[in-house]
Design a protein around this ligand. Structure first.
Ligand code: NDP
Length: 256
């Protein structure tokens, strides 16, 4: 596991958007960020799940979160502009985005891969993450310490048979991180951009991808949070353009 102990008030006064915040790793990250003092904007497609996370954050004494229900499969420019305007009006800036929402699609041979599923996976995992970023960059620039975090996977670094659109979407995510780092991290633009590979984690997506696996062999999402916290907080200043493993052996010292 990434070796980092977050201070209790790590994200005090920060506003952070989490996509896919209603379930799995996104829900755990939203709760962890709120526990660390952030105001979290919960974005997802299932309102009921977002409300459950909202309640959990309040129960645990976190700052009141904001809800932004949005289906990233059908979202268009007007939705992204509306989100940016709402964040601007309510908070005036944005300190971090965790791009976490993803579709698994089908695990199937390429010659049988349904084209509509391919397009849906690319839409949610790549196009929507890019579009959100595109419209949120001006708000990130207003933060003194902005951080963009994308979510990759081991199949986004080395392709594997049958993983189709999901693997290709994660390769695209790795590419997007490199392009954005080159563009946004520098003297005049302090936005850092990184990707997290969560590693095998006990969620609905993992159970769907590996139905025969005993879920208890993988850690629950709340256990992989040290890297998620580190990349959103001030201790990761200067770290950009990296693709990191939440369950790997890195420490903050090996990164800077
Ligand atoms: P889950 O399937 O448990 O959660 C995915 C989240 O994304 C859900 O909240 C889901 O919403 C949301 N989402 C999916 N489609 C849309 C959409 N169209 N619009 C808005 N929100 C959407 O997945 P995990 O928590 O396991 O995965 C989180 C991230 O980690 C993903 O990027 C995944 O690729 C990556 N990952 C996970 C691994 C694992 O072992 N779990 C391993 C490697 C990478 P809803 O709940 O409403 O369906």
């Amino acid at each position: 596991m990434f070796n980092y102990q977050a201070p209790a008030d790590l994200l005090k006064d920060r506003t952070i958007l989490v996509t896919g915040a209603g379930d799995g790793i996104g829900a755990a990250a939203a709760v962890a960020y709120a526990q660390a003092g952030a105001t979290v904007i919960l974005l997802g497609r299932t309102v009921k799940k977002l409300e459950t996370v909202y309640d959990l954050i309040e129960e645990r004494g976190g700052k009141q979160p904001a809800l932004f229900p949005l289906n990233l499969e059908s979202a268009g420019e007007a939705d992204y502009v509306a989100l940016a305007n709402a964040i601007d009006e309510n908070f005036g800036h944005l300190d971090g985005v965790l791009h976490n929402a993803s579709l698994l699609g089908n695990i199937t041979p390429a010659e049988q891969y349904p084209l509509d599923v391919w397009n849906r996976v690319m839409q949610v995992n790549v196009n929507a993450a890019f579009a959100l970023t595109r419209f949120l960059i001006p708000l990130l620039r207003k933060s003194p310490d902005p951080s963009l975090v994308f979510t990759t996977s081991s199949v986004g670094r080395k392709g594997r048979a049958y993983w189709g659109a999901y693997a290709v979407s994660k390769f695209a995510t790795e590419g997007l991180v490199q392009v954005l780092t080159d563009e946004l991290t520098g003297k005049h633009d302090p936005i850092r951009v990184n990707a997290i590979n969560p590693g095998a984690t006990r969620t609905r997506m993992r159970a769907t991808a590996y139905p025969g696996e005993n879920p208890d062999t993988n850690p629950p999402a709340q256990d992989i949070m040290p890297l998620y916290l580190y990349l959103m907080g001030p201790d990761s200043r200067g770290v950009s353009g990296k693709s990191l493993d939440a369950q790997g052996n890195d420490t903050p010292d090996t990164l800077i």
